[in-house]
Design a protein around this ligand. Structure first.
Ligand code: ASP
Length: 624
């Protein structure tokens, strides 16, 4: 028989009881985490969001409550009424914050029972993620998940407060709208009222935030939901939350200043001190030094080791002398057997026209001086794993040969990114040996924002701005230059003249923020003049008619007194994931989609009734 709550009111939260509460009469409510039956004594661990308290049901003192205690099972919902008392010295549990006390219950109410879930929230590591997502309500009860969402709340709140202090207004923009080009597929919503017409869910609030600048709001922000129909990965979901902002009369420096301030506040909310200003690197240098535009600075950078080789040595080693020759170094890996090295080979991306040398003993036999020099240049210590990556003349990639003085060619980019990808993969594989990622895990564990103890982020979280991106990328399939960013990104003013003649040389006035190998987001200074916008569309081969059909409303707005403006959007989910020390976005989004893009709990997507389809003027034709 279940009990009614009646007028009973909770007096304390389970996790907050301490020795100082001894002697107080309390009412706790929560879930039974564990039950231990010692005959005349039954111990219930009662759990709520704040923690666990031990409730004792003594047959001698309160036979009725003890009798109820016999009925309860884990995850039953109970209310315990009683007095807090100090535990006997030998019963103190130093691992529990409430471990010095227990509640001598005079009354126990069973407020609800439960079906038996396939796992219990008190289990530490639950392997089957599909079960976790299906029974998400049980999964979210786990202390680890409760902490992740507490943290998410604190971070979001800190960002809101910080941006508000910096003069930003939070303004909502529509969910049912028109397509925003961010490079992904749109989710479409059929209109019932307008047969055959569709709304698109926003890939970002891009056009609306720019229009808010035209409307004179000066500084806008929003924790905005964005929807992109893409294949899912650990760091990607169909819908996600961006800290989206836009500001008028601004420049890159000012946007960086604003973003660094709210990032500092976000990290402080998690008990981590982030130093500002963040370092910067150009896109080209980021590729040269890390082989990627989202570098992880916790590990050594790539080194140019071309000077270690004579032309003859390169010829003998069948290395393309015109392309980069770089060394990557993973510290403290130790001696690897040939078999161990071979097991790494599938991690190297052969499609980039590059090759690698990971057998240093062999290299040292044939080219002792070169091998020695590579070690020196890379600053390798005993036990470091050093690999040379270079262009492979036998497997050239198809790429544009366009090369502008001072900029990287597509082929060079390919060699660097082959090295960068290999570096990332090996860093993951040998994480236990180099220990660089453990530092981050430790900082996340030590950070305790409530106690006011701040942990320094220096070796654990490395933000870096990536600047001077190219405006266009060469698309091999169509043999054209395509925009590397959304088409409202302004080019560098000095490069404007080359837009139509030398697109590869044009730099975009845009920037990314990366941290620990993750892209946190990007932004740009926007085009605020209609003539420039038209020129960009022309260079992107977007016709006037197409531009009109896709963003006519926006082009119209641009003609009504648009101030110079710019902004940025950073992924809230990713920031929380880093600060929670989580391996996937699914750990910090309450109801995420599975890797197969399914909401396993709600069972979405699903078919709909014929009636609904008819109302929407839709007929489904499935290919058999
Ligand atoms: N709208 C861009 C994005 O979602 C960010 C920006 O340019 O502000 O990536």
């Amino acid at each position: 028989m279940l009990d009614f709550l009646g007028s009973l009111e909770r007096t304390h939260l389970c996790g907050e009881l301490r020795a100082a509460n001894a002697g107080q009469q309390v009412v706790l409510m929560g879930w039974v985490n564990r039950r231990r039956d010692h005959g005349n004594l039954i111990f219930l661990d009662v759990r709520d969001r704040t923690g666990i308290a031990q409730v004792v049901l003594d047959h001698e003192l309160t036979p009725e409550a003890h009798h109820k205690g016999e009925e309860v099972r884990p995850e039953y919902v109970v209310a315990a009424v009683g007095k807090v008392r100090l535990r006997d010295a030998d019963a103190i549990n130093p691992k529990m914050p409430t471990g010095e006390v227990e509640i001598e219950a005079t009354e126990l109410l069973i407020l609800n029972d439960t079906l038996l879930a396939p796992f219990s929230p008190s289990e530490e590591a639950i392997q089957n993620e599909e079960l976790r997502l299906k029974y998400r309500y049980v999964d979210l009860r786990r202390p680890e998940m409760q902490r992740n969402f507490w943290l998410r709340h604190r971070i979001a709140l800190a960002i809101r407060e910080n941006l508000s202090e910096q003069g930003f207004l939070e303004i909502e923009t529509p969910i049912l709208t028109k397509s925003t080009p961010e490079g992904a597929r749109d989710f479409l919503v059929p209109s019932r009222i307008h047969a055959g017409e569709f709304y698109a869910l926003p890939q970002s609030p891009q056009l609306f935030k720019q229009i808010l600048m035209i409307s004179g709001f000066d500084r806008y922000f929003q924790l905005a939901r964005c929807f992109r129909d893409e294949d899912l990965r650990a760091d990607r979901q169909l819908e996600f939350t961006q800290i989206d902002l836009e500001m008028s009369f601004t420049n890159q420096e000012k946007v960086f200043g604003v973003a660094e301030q709210f990032m500092k506040a976000a990290f402080a909310a998690a008990g981590v001190t982030l130093a500002t200003p963040f370092p910067r690197i150009t896109y080209d240098d980021s590729l040269r030094q890390y082989g990627t535009d989202k570098p992880d600075l916790r590990l050594p950078r790539l080194t140019d080791v071309r000077p270690a080789f004579t032309d003859e040595a390169l010829a003998a080693l069948k290395i393309d002398p015109a392309l980069p020759v770089v060394a990557l170094r993973i510290p403290k890996v130790g001696e690897l057997s040939r078999k161990e090295r071979e097991d790494n080979h599938p991690l190297f991306d052969l499609k980039k026209g590059a090759k690698f040398i990971d057998d240093f003993k062999r290299l040292a036999k044939g080219f002792p001086e070169a091998a020695q020099k590579v070690h020196e240049l890379a600053g390798a210590a005993e036990g470091d794993f050093v690999i040379i990556v270079a262009g492979d003349p036998a497997h050239p990639v198809k790429a544009s040969d366009t090369k502008f003085p001072g900029r990287l060619s597509e082929r060079e980019i390919n060699v660097y990114s082959a090295a960068g990808n290999f570096r990332t993969e090996l860093a993951k594989k040998y994480a236990d040996r180099h220990g660089a990622f453990r530092v981050t895990e430790q900082v996340v564990r030590d950070a305790d924002p409530l106690s006011g103890k701040f942990v320094d982020a220096a070796a654990a979280f490395n933000p870096i701005w990536i600047v001077d991106f190219p405006m266009f990328e060469y698309d091999l399939a169509t043999a054209t230059w395509v925009p590397a960013h959304h088409p409202f990104t302004a080019p560098h003013e000095e490069d404007m003249a080359n837009l139509l003649t030398d697109p590869a040389s044009v730099r975009a006035n845009c920037y990314d923020l990366a941290m620990n190998g993750l892209e946190l987001g990007s932004g740009s200074i926007r085009i605020h003049r209609k003539d420039v916008q038209q020129q960009i569309f022309k260079s992107l081969k977007i016709s006037d008619e197409e531009a009109r059909a896709r963003f006519g409303f926006f082009l119209d707005a641009l003609e009504y007194g648009t101030p110079p403006h710019g902004g940025i959007a950073l992924g809230l989910d990713r920031i929380v994931m880093l600060l929670a020390g989580a391996a996937s976005l699914r750990e910090v989004i309450a109801f995420p989609k599975s890797a197969k893009a399914i909401d396993l709990m709600a069972e979405a997507p699903t078919t709909v009734t014929d009636e609904q389809l008819k109302e929407l003027h839709i007929r489904v034709a499935l290919k058999s």
